[in-house]
Design a protein around this ligand. Structure first.
Ligand SMILES: NC(=O)c1ccc[n+]([C@@H]2O[C@H](COP(=O)([O-])OP(=O)(O)OC[C@H]3O[C@@H](n4cnc5c(N)ncnc54)[C@H](OP(=O)(O)O)[C@@H]3O)[C@@H](O)[C@H]2O)c1
Length: 254
């Protein structure tokens, strides 16, 4: 039995990842700020798929909560094979970078960047003590964004936070490879979730007008399937690798 921890698993991309890992036989610990009782649709989705899961209500931006998450996961599961750093937030308000507030910057950085940096640190220390399972001790997947590399001047703090996630991927991939813990990064493109509800119509129009080579919205399961593949034993000579799951958005076109 393999066990996975997915932050932000209550909805959107995180739920897509939890579901895909769950149907592949992982026990999944889901972290969200809201308690499970507040997310009946999520409970239904996971139960209908037959996923064996536990729910940890916590705020990943808080140091004490991160420690509690790791303690609870190890007391529930004994071992952890997969960490998916997925929880993330958008800028408080999409506005010109010249009007960005320090409050929004700190908020986004604390959840999107500081949390994966230090949650990974706590998890890695525990994973290193585990025996090898198959070809590795563990897999860590960071959910970054196309904005790791693409400028969007109406959500500058979000872009900075995701560029930081990309360096976190490189640093831990480098540090943990000798421990046989492999670290990957997925850069989602435009994925249909609550995060982009406010710009749904705008993105739909842009997609219809040819923005993406694969001309459709991305769905949470597109990311879930990519995570599942990276967590298998099929990428054991790769670490620090970035996978764009973005409908081909990253291709420069003329
Ligand atoms: N959607 C996209 O197009 C897109 C594109 C590129 C990258 N991404 C990235 O993909 C990840 C997931 O995005 P999404 O679109 O699925 O977002 P979403 O639908 O807004 O879901 C966000 C998830 O993160 C959780 N969360 C937020 N703050 C948290 C905190 N402080 N502690 C613990 N959990 C927290 C939420 O929990 P609650 O339910 O309790 O609020 C929820 O489960 C994010 O890192 C995002 O930046 C998304």
């Amino acid at each position: 039995m393999k066990n996975a921890l997915v932050t932000g698993g209550s909805r959107g991309i995180g739920l897509g990842i939890a579901r895909e890992l769950g149907v592949s036989g992982y026990r999944v610990a889901i972290v969200a700020t809201r308690p499970e009782e507040a997310c009946p649709e999520t409970t239904r989705t996971l139960n209908e798929a037959g996923v064996d899961y536990a729910w940890i209500t916590a705020d990943v931006s808080r140091q004490g909560d991160r420690q509690r998450i790791v303690d609870e996961v190890y007391s529930l599961f004994g071992e952890l094979h997969v960490l998916v750093n997925n929880a993330g937030v958008m800028a408080k308000e999409r506005c010109d970078i010249l009007d960005m507030t320090e409050d929004s910057y700190d908020y986004v950085m604390s959840i999107n960047t500081k949390a994966p940096m230090f949650l990974t640190q706590l998890v890695a220390r525990r994973m290193m003590e585990q025996p090898l399972q198959g070809a590795k001790r563990g897999t860590i997947v960071n959910i970054a964004s196309l904005n790791s590399a693409v400028s969007s001047i109406r959500r500058g703090e979000y872009c900075v936070s995701k560029a930081g996630v990309s360096m976190i991927t490189q640093l831990y991939a480098d540090r943990l490879a000798p421990e046989r813990i492999y670290v990957y990064e997925i850069r989602p493109g435009i994925i249909k979730t609550d995060m982009n509800l406010k710009v749904r119509a705008l993105y739909t129009e842009q997609i219809e007008n040819g923005l993406l080579p694969i001309g459709r919205w991305g769905m949470p399961e597109d990311i879930g399937k990519a995570v599942r593949a990276l967590c298998s034993d099929d990428f054991c000579y790769s670490t620090g690798t970035v996978i764009d799951v973005d409908g081909g958005f990253h291709i420069r076109r003329l």
